[in-house]
Structures are given as structure tokens and as C-alpha cells.
Design a protein around this ligand. Sequence first.
Ligand code: NAD
Ligand code: WQD
Length: 340
Amino acid sequence: MKVLVTGGAGYIGSHCLVELIQAGFEPVVFDNLSNASRESMARVEQITGQTVSFVQGDIRDAQALEGLFTAHRFDAVLHLAGLKAVGESVAKPLTYYDNNVVGTVRLLEAMTAHGCLNIVFSSSATVYGDPQTLPIDEAQPVGGTTNPYGTSKYQIERMLGDWAAATASARVIALRYFNPVGAHPSGLIGEDPQGIPNNLMPYVQQVAAGKLACLSVFGDDYDTIDGTGVRDYLHVVDLARGHLAALNKLAQMDPGKTAVNLGTGNGLSVLQLIHAFEAACGAPLAYKVAPRRPGDIAACYADPRFAQRWLGWSATLDLTAMCEDAWRWQSTNPSGYSPA
Ligand code: NAD
Ligand code: WQD
């Protein structure tokens, strides 16, 4: 099965590539390297012992997509390309709608023109906004998003649904990721954020490595187990395997669009995550309580039962593996993919 992987050089994409190659799929990466490095592809090759087919290009570039779909006959697309920084999306909403939404329009046009009608899309639990009940199942309302990034994911999901309804035989799976963390157990690939990380786990990793002085815990007065925010952290290798399950499902599902949560179902507080990471890296982490971060919600975790039932997928790697693998990547690659 030949699969186009947009955004395949990024954090989640590189982990998907390893699982795809090891399962015998034939991936072709299309990435503009706006938030990634060619080195991640070299590392995937090192892990798998196989050459990665890589094309540098932008999903908004119709001509580049035409060339790509003319050169390859894809059975399916894994569509991970997108910008993902919540704060930046508030400051630059048009950049986010252009890159994420317009980029997906261009991609779907190329797919339609070339008769490639199978797509797995990287959506996000952010489409649920502030959830009405926990755990969050797929029947909960979506669209109450609180920032342009989240809204772009919601709009793309709507567009994919409309496209599937209008296009006979089109099959769409929207994977709503909860909070991916960790790294490949080899320590060769992982998350390589540019500048100061926005997300908790990469921030924790850099405090542990001595690159950042102290973690700010955003609020300790939420109605949660210890007052800090609760999230559903899942290992990126589990997440990558969820993509494999989705690709395999495309061939068996009815035409149309289906959304699936990918999470563990376990809610974990900021303090619980900090303490698990301290155990993994063997040292205490400096942190202080700071005000709540605007736009944050108290708690968010998945009802993962539909993924289990429909995709036959569930998370298998625990919090210890998430922290140990994240720490292995961080401590052996202190500058990420850049030369030290
Ligand atoms: P990432 O930034 O590491 O990967 C995204 C990749 O897309 C990068 O390699 C980037 O260079 C590429 N890209 C961006 N815009 C592009 C464009 N116009 N054309 C071609 N390539 C482009 O991020 P990630 O964490 O690997 O996330 C992958 C996908 O999963 C994104 O769509 C993201 O929104 C979604 N997602 C991520 C998380 C998370 O917490 N990491 C959670 C939910 C959903
Ligand atoms: C987790 C918890 C913070 C940083 C974001 C996006 C979401 C999705 C995943 C893509 C919260 C707390 C964080 C810090 C902290 N991305 N925190 N100090 O906010 O759940 O989700 O990434 O789709 O759309 O919104 O993840 O890692 O930023 O925060 O205390 O320095 O850690 O308040 O409770 P979040 P996160």
C-alpha cells in the first residue's frame, strides 16, 4: 500500500513512518520543512534500515501536488501537515487558516483529480472545546473551539465530511488525538520544538536537561485531583500505531467520514506528570505555581472504547515508558536534530 504522508518529517509523522515501514507500507513524505528537519528522515532510515522517499513541498502549492500525484499512485493519504501552536494561531489567524484549511482544500482537489479517495486526517481533541462530560466520547458536540488553531481543525473536519458526502467512494477517518508525548524507544527520533516549548512535556524535558530553569505550573485551583490541569497523555508510538489501524480500516469501512478518539482514557494532572518524569530522569524538577493559562480547560480525557471496537486499537505503553522514552531522546539529543 503506497501512502502519501503529508507532514511526515514532523514529530508524529516521523513516528508514523517507522511503524508504516516496519509493517510493509510504502510511504512517500511530502513536507515543506517549516517545522521539521531533513535529519528526522535520516533517523527514520537508521531505525528501519530503509530509504525514505521524501519530497519537499507545500500542500498549498497545487502545481507541486499535481507533480506528486502524477509521479505516484497513492492508495491513501495520511494528512498530518499543519501548523499547531495555539498561541501563535491567536496572533496570526490567517496564517493558520491559510496553511491548515486552504492547504487541505488544495490536497483534496489533487486527491479528487487523481482518484485517490482515502484519507486519514490528524484532528485533535481540541475540536471538543470545553467538554460537557468526561470522559469525552465521539458523540459529544464539537466546534466550541477557543482558538484559530482548534477552529482550523474543526473546519477541516467539516470540510472532509462534506467532501466525503459529495464524492462517491471517498473514505475519511479523522483521528482526534489527545496529548501525544514521548519518543521512539531507540532515542533517535522525538519532538524537536523550535524556541521555548508551548506544551508541557517538552518543557519538562528541557528543565530536566538544564536548558530551562523552572517549569511554570499553570494554575493549581482547578477542580481536579490536585488542582492542576488534567490531560490524557499518550505515547507517540501508540499514536503512530493508531494510524496504521486507521489505514487498514479504510479498505473495510463504508464510504463517508468517521471520527475516532485516540487516547488512553486516563486523566493525569500536571503534578502527576512532573513526578513521573522525575522518577524517569532520576532528579527533582524545579517548578513553581503560576496563574492559569488563558484558554486552558480543567480536564480533558478520552473515552477510548470506540477506537478499540472499531479500529481494534488501544494504547499499550504506560506513563513510565512515555517519560523514559522522552528522557532518552532529550538526554541523547540535547539540541534536537541540530548539531550540538
Ligand atoms: P509537527 O509540526 O512536528 O509536524 C507537522 C509537519 O507538517 C511539520 O513537519 C511541518 O514542516 C509540516 N508542514 C506544516 N505546514 C505544511 C505545509 N503547508 N505543507 C507541507 N508541510 C507542512 O507537528 P506534530 O506534532 O507532528 O503534528 C502533526 C499533526 O498532528 C498536525 O496536523 C497537528 O495539528 C496534529 N496534532 C498534533 C498534536 C500534538 O500535540 N502534537 C495534537 C493533536 C493534533
Ligand atoms: C497540558 C497541561 C497546561 C505548559 C495543546 C493544544 C491541543 C493539542 C495538544 C494539538 C495543561 C499545563 C503546560 C506549561 C503547564 N495540540 N502546562 N505548564 O493545552 O492540553 O493541548 O496541545 O492539537 O490543541 O491546545 O497541552 O501540553 O500545552 O498543556 O502547567 O509550561 O499542562 O496548563 O494543563 P494542551 P499542553
